[in-house]
Write a protein that binds this ligand. Structure first.
Ligand code: MRU
Length: 355
């Protein structure tokens, strides 16, 4: 991503490797400070994922890939590092996908740092293609609602939701993005608004509860969100609050699309009910910017994600095209080849039951 900071143009990735260290933009300080977090070991990478220095499903996956490369370079048993990294955040699928990718690559004798770089490059490529398939959804004059941050900061670069937005903008289309502020961590107002401002894309931040009114007033043409994990039946785990946006979209006849790479799809689970939902510390809800906003002694619940049933999803924008929920199984690795190889069933006319 190209950003301007202190008057200087910088080309940045969300996460990368520099010598023996893994580096990442420290997202806890944006938009006020642009700091780089330096991880000296896979344990530092695991801490960075837990503490949300790096966040967003594909970015977490890439950070874990680099953490595993670092572990291998430091002589740590890959499976030991993998176990620590797997225990960081439970909901997003890319973390587990990237770890399996790296264990396979290292197991086959690949250079660990090169394998992690290759993983990061694949992530970027998936986002680039999501942009190409999704940009036609971003029509001239449209008003698009998004939730949380599924931008370049949530991936290695480019983003999933922001990929079509960037491309449509580059092609000269004018549109408006409503950015849900996204309580409690404010990924919308802090990160998505920052990215869109850097790109010169017109946007406005709204409180999370304003989406219903805007849809009811006919002011939203499209909802476009990211995903942390998508089950084989098309149920979607994404940032808490996504589910209600989807229900409101259906109620108001607004198309609801999910932009996600295939690394986010988990074909091993059948429905969203099997997706583990991360519960985070209550402090995130009870304090804002370090200031307590509820009386002492009050407790909070802080589920970080919710599940949007597939019936609310109009389509998935993936690097393999736009897919309807009913066709998600076609994205399973090797599904097209398998079905192409499978001999065509002979169509035997059904015997009528004798009465
Ligand atoms: O808790 P976060 O900030 O990691 O949650 C991020 C999201 O929910 C994103 O929408 C999702 O990871 C998609 S990112 C392309």
């Amino acid at each position: 991503m190209r950003v301007t900071w202190d008057g200087k143009a910088l080309d940045l990735k969300t996460v990368w490797m520099e010598g023996p260290t893994v580096r990442m933009i420290d997202q806890r300080y944006l938009p006020h400070e642009l700091r780089v977090y330096v991880a000296e070991s896979y344990k530092d990478v695991a801490a960075a994922i837990r503490e949300m220095v790096v966040r967003g499903a594909p970015a977490i996956g890439a950070a874990a890939a680099y953490g595993l490369a670092q572990a291998a370079m430091q002589g740590v048993e890959p499976e030991d590092a993998a176990e620590v990294l797997r225990a960081t955040r439970p909901t997003g699928h890319d973390l587990f996908f990237a770890i399996e990718y790296m264990l396979r690559a290292v197991g086959q004798g690949e250079n660990p740092a090169k394998a992690a770089d290759a993983y990061a490059a694949l992530d970027e490529e998936r986002c680039r293609r999501i942009g190409e398939y999704g940009e036609r959804l971003v029509t001239d004059g449209s008003r698009i609602l998004t939730h949380c941050n599924a931008g370049a900061l949530a991936c290695v670069d480019i983003g999933t939701v922001t990929a079509p937005l960037r491309l449509a903008h580059a092609r000269g289309r004018k549109f408006l993005v409503y950015v849900d502020e996204t309580r409690p961590r404010l990924q919308g107002s802090r990160l998505t608004a920052w990215e869109l401002a850097q790109e010169g894309i017109e946007h406005v931040v709204i409180v999370d509860n304003a989406a219903g009114l805007l849809m009811q007033q006919g002011k939203v043409d499209l909802v476009l969100v990211g995903a942390d994990r998508i089950a084989a039946n098309g149920d979607v785990a994404n940032k808490i609050g996504t589910y209600e946006k989807a229900v409101l979209a259906k109620e108001n006849g607004v198309p609801f699309f999910v932009a996600a790479p295939t690394s986010t799809f988990d074909f091993a689970i059948r429905t969203g009910r099997e997706i583990p939902i991360e519960n985070r510390a209550e402090d995130e809800v009870l304090s804002v910017g370090g200031m307590r906003i509820a009386p002492e002694g009050v407790h909070a619940l802080n589920p970080a994600f919710d599940i949007t049933p597939a019936k609310y999803v109009t389509g998935f924008v993936t690097e393999r095209g736009i897919v309807r929920p009913a066709d998600v199984r076609k994205l399973r690795p090797g599904a097209a080849r398998r079905s192409a190889r499978r001999p065509a069933k002979k169509s035997t006319p059904k015997k009528r039951k004798r009465r």
